[in-house]
Design a protein around this ligand. Structure first.
Ligand SMILES: [Zn+2]
Length: 216
């Protein structure tokens, strides 16, 4: 399965009339937050594939429709915050937001994120019993504590994501939020059985489903 992951910045390359060959055969799109609604909606129609997302910490770009109603989420996209979805056998979970640093939306303390991870235990244990694995991909906006994070409060990572990886062993954790300004900044880090990827901009991930079902 070929997965396009995006976050934080609109990539003009993806809006070209002719997409480079590496974007052929995308099966699924994962969006890790801080993206305009119209960009996510554009990706869904461009690739004609489902897009699963979590919100970032930046204020939602709400839009007022012609009839005066407010659009609070991108249309045709699926919010997976505190959920696990099964897309063609691939188990995908998500947690939105960043560390709490102001009164804005989608910001959480370490304790609140610990609690949200804790509440996912029943569904993840059920998956482990049913499929032999709890989850394949964890989609987050913020980074895990100590991995691709930064010392300033808004960019500190969540310790709950380390707990999640230790307990449920996803194959991948895909996050955004930490902007990459240098070519040599670390983007991929291995943590136990999980490959942690900062998708800032975009990344393409190829997963062999047969490999996933073999794992215990
Ligand atoms: Zn962010």
């Amino acid at each position: 399965m070929k997965i396009l992951t995006v976050s934080d910045v609109v990539v003009s390359l993806l809006q070209c009339a002719q997409l480079p060959e590496r974007f052929e055969g995308i099966d699924l799109i994962l969006a890790c937050g801080d993206l305009p609604f119209d960009y996510m909606e554009y990706l869904v129609s461009r690739f004609n594939r489902p897009l699963f997302y979590v919100f970032g910490n930046h204020p939602l770009r709400e839009l007022i429709r012609a009839d005066g109603t407010v659009k609070e989420a991108p249309e045709g996209c699926i919010n997976i915050h505190r959920r696990v979805v099964n897309y063609k056998g691939l188990l995908i979970a998500g947690f939105e937001g960043s560390m709490r640093y102001s009164l804005g939306a989608h910001q959480y303390t370490q304790g609140q994120m610990d609690w949200m991870v804790f509440t996912m235990a029943p569904i993840l244990m059920w998956n482990r019993w049913r499929y032999g694995r709890a989850v394949d991909i964890l989609v987050t906006h913020a980074a895990p504590e100590g991995i691709h994070d930064a010392p300033d409060l808004p960019h500190q990572g969540f310790r709950a994501f380390l707990t999640f990886m230790e307990r449920y062993k996803p194959r991948y954790l895909i996050h955004g939020h930490t902007h990459l300004y240098r070519q040599d900044a670390p983007r991929i880090t291995q943590f136990g059985e999980t490959t942690v990827i900062n998708t800032y901009g975009y990344q393409i991930l190829e997963i062999d489903e047969a490999e996933l079902t073999k794992r215990r």
